[in-house]
Design a protein around this ligand. Structure first.
Ligand SMILES: [Zn+2]
Ligand SMILES: [Zn+2]
Length: 340
């Protein structure tokens, strides 16, 4: 296990991870921590003075966690850009009045399996645990739906619903499933559901709902889809806070990119380190050449989700430079300083 973590560390930070100073909440000593080691081996990270644990244990809830404390800055800025478009509130009002979430509720009730204490209790327990870890009181209704695509989704602003695709259980282990459930809870917690639903309808089944897509002018549609991609970055952060395992978060993204079907497993051991290297190449390419950056923006225009490699880089960036570690400090004496 230790070897696996060490090789993951080397893959993410071949030149060593950044260091930062963090105060022990027991004795007040300032510890200079290696960010990578702290993130990957959180439960072994102890204060150099008093020997107490610096970070919360995996099961310890993040009581009172506010969604804006882990909101990605791109989510924040693209949401305010979206809200500043004058037509938004009218479109939303009309959309919720005429279509809303009812067709989706009906669809999952009719075609998926509702999970609870007497049906897929293991999965339901995992959802309860993820809620506890994120400090969320209301456990959303959970459905399992037969689908070969590794995915999950959420909808419902008043009564949130999470739908897990069956492929998720084929391709991911428990830590991976917790990460995805945490990701979906992040959407719930951040109240993404109405805008997300609108974006999803536009991407996939919009035409089935009459003239709705035509009602939305292109700038609004593009702003909605851009925000939708940025909102994923916030939800990925919630996934990491729920699983508290950077390794699991990275593995989920790698498997979403390449799958983990029997055919894949039989042929190779998926190499996380190689995928991280691949993602870093993308970043270098984008930084080096405006053309690559230009094409990257063009090809993502119509996507509801950002590229997997970008999601991975953004998550690592949060661990390195953001408030991920601050949020998980043991009983911080004061609210952690908000950093993006
Ligand atoms: Zn201490
Ligand atoms: Zn999502």
């Amino acid at each position: 296990m230790k070897e696996k973590i060490e090789s993951l560390y080397d893959a993410i930070w071949p030149q060593g991870a950044p260091k930062r100073e963090m105060r022990c909440s027991h004795c007040g000593r300032i510890n200079r921590l290696d960010v990578g080691k702290a993130a990957l081996m959180m439960e072994q990270c102890r204060c150099g003075e008093c020997g107490d644990l610096m970070f919360r244990r995996k099961e310890e809830p993040l009581t009172g966690l506010r969604a804006n404390s882990y909101q990605h800055p791109l989510d924040r800025s693209s949401l305010s850009a979206l809200r500043s478009i004058p037509a938004v509130s009218q479109v939303l009002k009309r959309f919720m009045g005429e279509i809303g979430e009812k067709p989706l509720r009906y669809q999952v009730l009719a075609s998926s399996i509702q999970c609870g204490e007497d049906q897929f209790p293991e999965l339901y327990t995992q959802l309860q645990q993820a809620c506890t870890r994120l400090g969320i009181d209301q456990v959303p209704t959970l459905f399992l739906s037969q689908s070969p695509v590794i995915n999950a989704s959420t909808f419902g602003s008043e009564e949130p619903v999470i739908v897990v695709h069956s492929a998720l259980l084929d391709h991911l282990d428990d830590a991976g499933v917790s990460t995805v459930l945490g990701h979906e809870l992040g959407h719930v917690h951040s109240e993404h559901s109405t805008f997300k639903l609108l974006a999803t309808l536009l991407m996939h089944g919009g035409m089935r709902f009459g003239g709705w897509p035509q009602l939305l002018a292109t700038p609004l549609r593009m702003a909605l889809q851009k925000w939708s991609r940025c909102a994923e970055l916030t939800a990925d952060r919630a996934g990491l806070l729920a699983s508290r395992s950077l390794e699991a978060s990275i593995r989920v993204l790698v498997r979403m990119a390449g799958g983990y079907s029997e055919g894949v497993r039989r042929r190779t051991n998926m190499n996380i380190a190689a995928f991280i290297k691949q993602a870093r190449q993308l970043k270098t390419a984008e930084n080096d050449s405006w053309m690559d950056g230009f094409f990257a923006s063009i090809v993502t225009l119509n996507r509801s989700h950002p590229f997997t490699a970008w999601r991975l880089l953004m998550l690592i960036e949060w661990v390195e430079e953001g408030n991920f570690l601050d949020l998980l400090l043991v009983n911080p004496a004061m609210e952690p300083e908000k950093k993006d």
